[in-house]
Design a protein around this ligand. Structure first.
Ligand code: NDP
Length: 444
């Protein structure tokens, strides 16, 4: 049995209940085969076995009191997966689906994503099975304070620097930071995505969505095309989706659909992003309200059928496994040519295979959504250097990082005779640097 199969077999045996983690690990490890053949010393050093085992997982109780005086208990997590190339870095997710499998899949992906940025950041992820939907501001604040009252002892500006993710935006980062500062008495860059008045960076809010569109733009440019006039469907209506829509529209694309977890809106004349921002960022309401406010727009309950809308570019920006084989085949039938993953692992293995065999340009999450964490690393640089870059300065750096990621995954794929296979290219390019660092550190 080959090295990869042996490690995967052991991983399945030890983590049988962790479907998402196994899905991510299988995709990554199988695409590393050519690198492992070139480096037999990795097997002797049990490099893959160490790579798939988190350095540390912290699981903790998060008790909090709601507005009616009822006590609730949620489960908090921080997976400190790999610190070979820098301090652990990765977001916090507050969503009822959060469990160890989801935390570990996100942490594993994060290691390679962070490596691809070219910046010195290791991989981590965290969160809680807490549902922020329908909670008052004070309930959110009390939850964040309780969460940080345990988390603070595990993080630090040089050890582990969390950020936002699903359910954790600027409001939550503010409450988390306030509690950290209060307990530790330090105003340091321990969280990224901070507000501009207390150490945040320009472009961080926009970075993941903008970065995604910069990568699609680069893929188009390399094929002699541009975004102008292209029809785009975006799933999600949160941080990543909103700013992907903003940048796509700024570059002349026609974005015709978006969704939240209840249903999708279709607006053939182009999404009115001011209306989406008002509903989602200001009112924290449901996307259904869009169709009541914009003439000619339709609302459909349920999410899956969004992929039946004809488009040339699809940007899944909500959550894992939201785009399956059936959805991929519908998109292909209707003429999709580019897919850029804004969310983490939004496409199922069957979906990826369908895109691959149809020759669709498929830009995987760990490359396409790396703009967020890259800008977080720029926020860390500004914090420790006590400086502040302008919007334009950060935006230029973000775009350069994304173009470099595109080039390195493209080159890695070509080097192993896999031209155009960006799943393999991104995994190989990300892994190479981490593997070098792990080998240099000895058996740790
Ligand atoms: P937000 O919480 O801001 O938005 C998430 C959006 O996706 C919401 O519209 C939400 O709808 C929808 N959604 C969530 N779960 C589901 C579901 N099960 N079915 C359908 N829709 C769903 O999160 P972000 O925009 O920050 O994150 C989105 C994705 O991007 C995640 O996969 C995240 O890991 C990834 N990502 C985020 C980065 C960032 O900088 N924020 C960086 C890199 C990746 P509703 O409100 O109804 O739940």
């Amino acid at each position: 049995m080959g090295y990869v199969d042996r490690v995967l077999g052991e991983l399945r045996r030890k983590n049988a209940n962790e479907a998402e983690f196994l899905q991510a690990a299988e995709e990554i490890l199988t695409s590393l085969e050519p690198v492992l053949q070139e480096h037999p010393e990795y097997e002797r050093a049990a490099l893959l076995e160490r790579f798939v085992e988190p350095e540390r997982v912290v699981i903790f109780r998060v008790p909090w009191v709601d507005d009616a005086g009822m006590v609730h208990v949620n489960r908090g997590y921080r997976v400190q997966f790999n610190s070979a190339i820098g301090p652990y870095k990765g977001g916090l997710r507050f969503h009822p689906s959060v469990d160890l499998s989801i935390m570990k899949f996100l942490g594993l992906e994060q290691i390679l994503k962070n490596s691809l940025t070219g910046l010195p950041i290791g991989g981590g992820k965290g969160g809680a099975d807490f549902d922020p939907k329908g909670k008052s501001d004070m309930e959110i604040m009390r939850f964040c304070q309780s969460f940080m009252t345990e988390l603070f002892r595990h993080i630090g500006e040089d050890t582990d620097v969390p950020a936002g993710d699903i359910g954790v935006g600027s409001r939550e980062i503010g409450y988390l930071f306030g509690q950290f500062k209060r307990i530790r008495g330090e105003h340091v860059g321990v969280l990224t995505g901070r507000g501009l008045s207390y150490g945040g960076s320009m472009v961080r809010k926009e970075a993941t969505g903008y970065g995604l569109v910069y990568m699609v733009e680069e893929a188009l440019r390399c094929r002699g095309e541009g975004l102008a006039g292209k029809r785009v469907v975006i799933s999600g209506a949160g941080n990543v989706a909103i700013y992907a829509c903003e940048k796509a529209q700024a570059l002349g694309a026609l974005v015709v659909a978006m969704y939240d977890s209840d249903g999708y809106i279709y607006d053939p004349s182009g999404i009115r992003l001011d209306v989406i921002k008002q509903i989602k960022e200001v009112e924290r309401a449901r996307i259904a309200a869009y169709a009541d406010r914009v003439k000619g727009a339709e609302y459909h309950a349920g999410c899956g059928n969004i992929w039946a809308i004809p488009c040339e570019i699809a940007l899944p920006c909500a959550t894992q496994n939201e785009l399956d084989g059936r959805a991929a085949r519908l998109l292909i039938q209707n003429g999709v040519r580019y897919v850029g993953e804004g969310a983490n692992m939004p496409t199922t293995p069957e979906g990826i295979e369908a895109f691959r065999s149809a020759g669709v340009v498929f830009l995987p999450a760990k490359a396409a959504n790396a703009g967020g964490v890259a800008t977080s690393a720029l926020e860390m640089a500004q914090s420790s250097g006590r400086m502040f870059w302008t919007f334009e300065e950060v935006d230029v750096k973000l775009k350069n990082i994304i173009v470099n990621i595109y080039r390195s995954m493209d080159e890695a794929a070509r080097r192993y005779g896999l031209a155009g296979d960006y799943v393999a290219g991104a995994n190989i390019a990300g892994f190479t640097k981490v593997a070098n660092a792990m080998m240099a550190h000895g058996i740790v």
